[in-house]
Write a protein that binds this ligand. Structure first.
Ligand code: ZN
Length: 312
């Protein structure tokens, strides 16, 4: 048996104050807050999900905001850079937008593509790349109109403690295809048209430490629950130490830490974020899983008040 993931389902990061997080990802980048909920393992803190208009897999960046936590260090054993894809011809808009908010950026080139590199307010490394592939995002917010809106993830750059081992896991376990090497990077491709380009840094550096401004894990797509069960079995056969299936309300999840120390998750496409609210209203209020609903009053009083607001 060989299995192939379609690509990235979501990427989850640890950040600082939740309002700063919302003002950046919704206010500056124009993403939609598709779900406000709590960290299921620590319900006194938020879990915020941003994505495209529908909250499709491959567009979802999620955050655990900890207003007073210690900074981490980006390094080996982590996703080093998160890449968002924008429509062809829109990089000049985005360069102007970053300048408007006084966000320092650099222009670089990798595998023949121009990338715009910058950091979020809590130190996460981000990039924008323009590509033809991937459906347009029909969400618009502030001056980020539909014709320039982020379509989802272009992909990610992985920093591994053991790059050769991680390369094997990407190819043999996740079924990604090697498309080339350039300098220190090997490029892999998955089958979807977004969240599909993974660059693995083939030179180990300093080990990362978890904390504010670092990626916690990257999740890969499973078609549905039956496929997810197959993935669990397959990843175990491949020698990965895989967890039980966990119900994350909007998808089912399994986790394993690959040999290069990056935490991988495999998540189901269904049921998605319109599971407990409508597509029209999702993200507008705090949603709780059944086990925390009895504590809603207490949770609402202890969580930091947040709002999605235009900062243009
Ligand atoms: Zn996850």
């Amino acid at each position: 048996m060989k299995k192939q993931t379609a690509g990235i389902h979501h990427i989850s990061a640890i950040v600082g104050h939740p309002q700063e997080n919302i003002d950046f990802y919704a206010g500056v980048l124009g993403l939609r807050l598709v779900k406000q909920t709590v960290n299921f393992d620590d319900p006194g803190t938020y879990h915020l999900y941003f994505g495209d208009q529908e909250g499709k897999p491959g567009t979802i960046m999620t955050f655990f905001p900890w207003a007073n936590a210690y900074p981490g260090r980006i390094g080996d054993g982590q996703v080093g850079v998160t890449t968002f894809v924008v429509p062809q011809g829109t990089l000049p808009f985005w360069v102007n937008r970053l300048a408007k908010f006084s966000i320092p950026f650099k222009k670089a080139e990798r595998f023949g593509e121009q990338v715009i590199q910058f950091d979020d307010p809590h130190g996460l490394h981000l990039e924008l790349v323009a590509r033809e592939e991937g459906a347009l995002n029909s969400w618009s917010f502030g001056e980020v109109t539909k014709d320039v809106a982020i379509k989802g993830f272009g992909g990610a750059v992985l920093y591994s403690s053991r790059p050769e081992e991680t390369a094997k896991t990407l190819a043999d376990t996740l079924g990604l295809e090697v498309v080339g090497t350039e300098g220190d990077y090997t490029r892999f491709r998955a089958t979807a048209d977004i969240g599909n380009i993974i660059d693995l840094k083939m030179v180990a550096g300093a080990r990362g430490t978890m904390g504010v401004g670092t990626i916690h894990h990257i999740a890969w797509r499973a078609h549905d629950q039956a496929d997810h069960v197959e993935w669990q079995e397959f990843a175990m056969q491949q020698g990965q130490h895989v967890t039980d299936i966990k119900d994350r309300n909007y998808f089912d999840a399994i986790y394993f830490r690959e040999t290069g120390e990056i935490l991988f998750e495999i998540a189901t496409d269904p049921p998605g974020f319109a599971h407990d609210e409508s597509v029209e209203t999702m993200g507008s209020q705090l949603m709780l899983p059944a086990q925390y609903e009895p504590f809603r009053d207490r949770l609402e009083n202890s969580l930091i008040p947040i709002q999605v607001r235009s900062i243009d």
